[in-house]
Design a binder for this molecule. Structure first.
Ligand code: LLP
Length: 463
């Protein structure tokens, strides 16, 4: 039986199974530069290459599945953010998106700061030599141990998230004889247009202290009253994978509103504001993200305008992009194991990874694109679902995509834009071994995070 049951994709009048279909590109071999890392191209032989290295060589040398990261693209994005925001602002890369020692070194070299939100991320940052004054510690329930380690190390900023935490950080700083710079995380009451699980500035959720009802103002009073804390500013993060700048503008306006109240009540002008991360990236050709210079201009303009209106000196601005820096720089390389056509529905293409290396599709209904990476194909488009090898039917990597109908076991597939929140949220479900991260640059590939082994799994199992 042929596997070209849906040869031309969705056409007017077609009855297609439930799903969201990006129409198949006129050429399945084409690569949309918005979703691929900068140096990815299809070579004359038809296979993809990145940083001058053929993916077939990567698969042979490092195995699959593997996250493949374009180091030059990562560095270029860091520079674009730095240059867009200029010398009067700071860019903190959000380490939760993906963190490793190599990444910390790249950030350091490219002049970025680093936001960490756990002891593990802090340990990685320090181990790789990030100067502590360029590190900010986040989190809504930092342990005493995490706070102590951060204050001892001399981190440049702790973003406090609750009244209890204000007391805890003050206590640790006093005990260690330090005066710790802190920002207060506020919830500005913005409904960001993104998935419910990753929106963070509406009132009914766990983060921050609300502006409405005066919790944030009370937090300011408490911090200003504590000798061992230095209140440097106000922090707001409204959510993640956001395209619309309107939420950031409301957030900036409300944060400046609080700075004005603080000046009026305490006679103090706080020197910093941080507007968080959350800028969206293109996962498919339908997404249209803003460029760093547009973002910098929109945020800079609104902060300047609001401060001028309030008669405040313009504070130093910082932002915390994670996904927007690392997301587009990597793709996941998989090998096809089985191809199963379900007549009248779609073709299920099973790869050698799945929800253990990319939980985002199952967790957030995220959409991804995919391409045949080991060769070009002129075959008809075939409506496909790329699935993993885990023991549940929600184990989907790419829900709806068109792949060439001659796809066969042994082919390599590449799923772009997996640099953020894939390796960092990877699990050992079904005792899967978490894939390596391979950095490619100028014709050379090297492992920056190695593949897990069965020994790694058994080492933790001490029963
Ligand atoms: N700053 C703070 C305080 C944050 O909580 C976050 C993300 C960021 C910055 C970076 O946001 P980004 O620029 O990467 O959007 N696992 C979810 C995303 C969760 C984001 C959590 N906080 C996902 O895979 O979509």
């Amino acid at each position: 039986m042929s596997r070209s049951a849906h040869p031309a994709g969705p056409r007017h009048g077609d009855v297609l199974p439930e799903g969201h279909y990006t129409p198949p590109p006129s050429d399945l071999n084409s690569l949309d530069p918005r979703v691929w890392a900068q140096t990815v191209e299809r070579t004359a032989e038809g296979a993809l290459s990145v940083g001058g290295v053929d993916v077939r060589r990567l698969a042979e040398e490092f195995g699959t599945p593997a996250y493949v990261m374009d180091e030059n693209d990562f560095r270029a994005r860091c520079r674009a953010w730095r240059e867009a925001f200029g010398p009067d602002a700071d860019v903190f890369y959000a380490g939760k998106a993906f963190l490793s020692r190599a990444v910390v070194r790249w950030l350091h070299e490219e002049g970025l700061n680093l936001d960490v939100c756990s002891g593990g991320e802090l340990a990685t940052a320090l181990a790789a030599g990030m100067p502590p004054e360029r590190i900010a510690l986040h989190g809504n329930n930092k342990s005493m141990e995490e706070i102590t380690r951060a204050v001892e190390a001399g981190v440049g900023r702790i973003v406090v998230d609750s009244f209890q935490e204000i007391a805890r950080v003050a206590h640790v700083a006093r005990r260690l004889g330090r005066r710790q710079p802190v920002q207060i995380r506020v919830t500005v009451g913005v409904e960001a247009h993104t998935h419910e699980f990753i929106a963070t500035a509406h009132e009914d959720q766990k983060f921050g202290l609300a502006l409405a009802g005066g919790q944030a103002a009370e937090a300011v009073r408490r911090v200003l009253g504590l000798e061992s804390l230095e209140l440097t500013g106000i922090h707001s993060h409204i959510g993640s994978q956001i395209f619309d700048m309107a939420g950031f503008e409301v957030s900036a306006r409300r944060v400046v509103g609080l700075l004005t109240e603080v000046r009026d009540e305490h006679g103090v002008e706080l020197p910093e504001i941080d507007l968080g991360g959350g800028l969206g990236i293109a996962y498919t050709s339908e997404d249209d993200p803003r460029e760093p210079h547009e973002i910098a201009k929109a945020l800079g303009d609104i902060v300047t305008r609001e401060c001028e209106a309030a008669g405040l000196a313009v504070p130093r601005l910082s932002v915390e992009p994670g996904r927007a820096i690392v997301g587009p720089t990597a793709f996941t390389l998989y090998e096809v194991g089985t191809v199963k056509e379900l007549e009248g529905l779609r073709t299920y293409v099973s790869v050698d990874g799945g929800m253990s290396d990319n939980i985002r599709t199952a967790l957030y209904d995220a959409e991804y694109s995919v391409t045949l990476a080991s060769r070009a194909s002129e075959a008809e488009p075939m409506l496909s679902r790329v699935v993993g090898k885990h023991c549940e039917s929600g184990d989907i990597v790419v829900r709806d995509a068109f792949l060439p109908a001659d796809l066969a076991p042994g082919d390599l597939l590449a799923v772009p834009a997996t640099g953020a929140y894939c390796r960092s949220m990877a699990s050992n479900y079904n005792h899967a071994l978490r894939p390596p991260v391979i950095a490619v640059r100028d014709g050379e590939a090297r492992t920056i995070v190695r593949r897990e082994t069965e020994e790694d799994l058994l080492r933790l199992d001490v029963g």
